[in-house]
Each structure stands twice: as structure tokens, then as C-alpha cells.
Design a protein around this ligand. Structure first.
Ligand SMILES: Nc1nc2c(ncn2[C@@H]2O[C@H](COP(=O)(O)OP(=O)(O)OP(=O)(O)O)[C@@H](O)[C@H]2O)c(=O)[nH]1
Ligand SMILES: [Mg+2]
Length: 274
């Protein structure tokens, strides 16, 4: 168990529930099942964040999650209306417990913990709830270093550092986590990553690759060539600047310049317990 997980486990006894923050561009790949286990019997709210960068596939996943019996919402933390959506969902999840407390004359503030893989927007979401910049945010993995309770009006929410699922090291889900910036960029091979990205998005979003890079098919390395040519990423000797091209492609995706995209599908939820 990572240090961040141990620290969360220690604080959990004083929390009324857990908010698991997912990236709406890959809600399944960004799910760390260890967090659900950690929550035990406490209520869990799944928040698909960055809805502004995701497309209708995220709604299909959200629907499947609800059909599986999970409490789940989709938001954009930078949109002020997200505060109402999250507050409403937490109020619904804690309604019984709050009524019981009230009937005993207790009016304490309820506490929720925000958890998730790095860079999903946990801190941004807390700032939206608090109505002020109380937690540090940044467009890379590992910005939040320690936990802290932050007063968010009706609730206190604990910000936590991101935690990776133990099995993230391989497979398509790991690649998707890397595309969205949940893996530390310093350990990534952008060339390999861009080739994987092109291979997978040529199947799901071919028209986007055609529009931005003039890609119409071929092996991933030919697609990368084409993107480099289109963007003018050519070294002095006339060879393609693959590193620059690869980074530009991943950056285009992260910034939404390839349009709204969701890489996971509802079937990725098969075999997963929420
Ligand atoms: N487009 C968009 N960007 C968002 C949204 N929420 C957060 N971000 C951005 O995503 C990046 C990561 O946000 P953070 O709140 O720092 O993420 P975190 O989950 O706290 O990350 P760690 O502390 O590293 O685990 C920042 O650049 C935010 O501005 C959203 O709903 N839409
Ligand atoms: Mg953070």
C-alpha cells in the first residue's frame, strides 16, 4: 500500500464518504479499485470530471455505472454549476445519515474525502466547491503532496495526492492514463505513446486525425510521419522530428485540440466492481 493510501486509510474513520474523481476521457482507466476497497461500507460518489473534454461515450459509461448501482455524476470543475451538481449528489448520498444526526440534535458538518489517480482534477473540484482557490492545481501528475481538509460550505472535503492503481504498469488502460497526463511525464516514452495513441484513435476517431494531420491510414509510424510533415516538424538533415511530433500529438489531445474524445467504452466496465 502506498504512503498516500495509508494516510487516506487513517483519515477515513472521520469521513462520511469518499468521492472518487475520474477523468471523463477515460473513466474506467482512471479508476483505482483500491480506492473503492478502501472506502469499505462508506458511501462512494463517482465524479467523471473534465466533461468539457469528453464526448457522448462518457455519458454511455455514466449510464452503465448508474445501472450497476453506483452514484455517479459528470461535471466540468471549471464550470460554476458543478458546485450545485456535486453538493446535490453528496446531499442525496448522506440524506439518511444527516436526518438521523438531526433527530439526535446533532448539526455537525459532514465530511467527504476526494481521491483518484493523479491529475483528474480533485483539487480543482474542491476549489469549485469552496468557491475559492484553496487547493493547489496544475496540469501535471503529482501536484498535491499532502492531505488537507477544506471547508466547502455545507461540507468539509479532504484533498489527497493522486494514487495509481497497483496494476497500472501495462496495457491499454495504462496508455490512456499516460495520454491524459495522469502518469509522470518524466518516465514516459512519448514516441511509443504517440504511436499507440494514433493506432487506437485511428479506429475510433479517424476523421479527427485526417482533419488535423492529414492522416488517412497506414502503419502508426507512417501516421506519425504524416503528422510531422503536416506540422513542419523536420530536422536539419531532412528527417522527421519524431520526438517533437509525438509530444505535439499528445499535447493536442490533452488540450482538446482534437475535439472532445472519450477513449474508454462501457464494455471496459465488464468485470469491475463499483
Ligand atoms: N478542461 C478541464 N480541465 C480541468 C478540469 N478540472 C481540472 N482541470 C485541470 O486539470 C489539471 C489538474 O487538476 P488538479 O485539480 O491539479 O488535479 P488533481 O487531481 O488534484 O491532481 P494531483 O494533485 O496531481 O493528484 C489542472 O490543469 C486543472 O486546471 C475540468 O473539469 N476541465
Ligand atoms: Mg491535487
Amino acid at each position: 500500500m502506498s504512503r498516500a493510501m495509508r494516510s487516506m486509510r487513517d483519515s477515513l474513520s472521520s469521513a462520511d464518504g469518499v468521492m472518487i474523481v475520474l477523468d471523463a476521457r477515460c473513466p474506467v482507466s482512471s479508476f483505482n479499485p483500491e480506492l473503492k476497497k478502501l472506502a469499505g461500507a462508506k458511501p462512494v460518489l463517482y465524479v467523471l470530471n473534465k466533461a468539457d473534454l469528453a464526448d457522448g461515450r462518457a455519458d454511455a459509461i455514466l449510464d452503465r455505472m448508474k445501472n450497476m448501482g453506483a452514484a455517479a455524476i459528470k461535471i466540468n470543475s471549471h464550470n460554476p454549476s458543478s458546485k450545485r451538481d456535486i453538493t446535490g449528489a453528496i446531499e442525496k448520498l448522506t440524506a439518511e445519515k444527516r436526518e438521523r444526526a438531526l433527530s439526535r440534535g446533532q448539526t455537525r458538518t459532514f465530511r467527504f474525502m476526494a481521491a483518484g489517480v493523479p491529475n483528474t482534477g480533485k483539487s480543482a473540484l474542491i476549489n469549485a466547491l469552496a468557491g475559492a482557490k484553496r487547493a493547489e492545481t496544475g496540469d501535471k501528475a503529482g501536484v498535491t503532496r499532502g492531505k488537507q481538509w477544506i471547508s466547502c460550505g455545507a461540507f468539509d472535503i479532504m484533498d489527497n495526492p493522486g494514487t495509481m492503481p497497483p496494476s497500472f504498469l501495462s496495457g491499454k488502460h495504462a496508455a490512456r492514463l499516460a495520454y491524459v497526463g495522469s502518469v509522470n511525464d518524466d518516465i514516459l516514452d512519448f514516441g511509443e505513446l504517440a504511436l499507440e495513441f494514433l493506432a487506437e484513435t485511428f479506429i475510433t476517431y479517424p476523421e479527427r486525425l485526417k482533419e488535423r494531420y492529414g492522416i488517412e491510414g497506414g502503419e502508426p509510424v507512417e501516421m506519425l510521419n504524416k503528422a510531422c510533415a503536416r506540422r513542419g516538424f523536420i530536422l536539419r538533415g531532412g528527417e522527421f522530428d519524431y520526438e517533437r511530433g509525438a509530444r505535439a500529438i499528445i499535447d493536442d489531445f490533452r488540450k482538446g485540440r482534437l475535439g472532445k474524445m472519450t477513449l474508454d467504452s462501457p464494455d471496459d466496465l465488464n468485470g469491475i466492481e463499483l
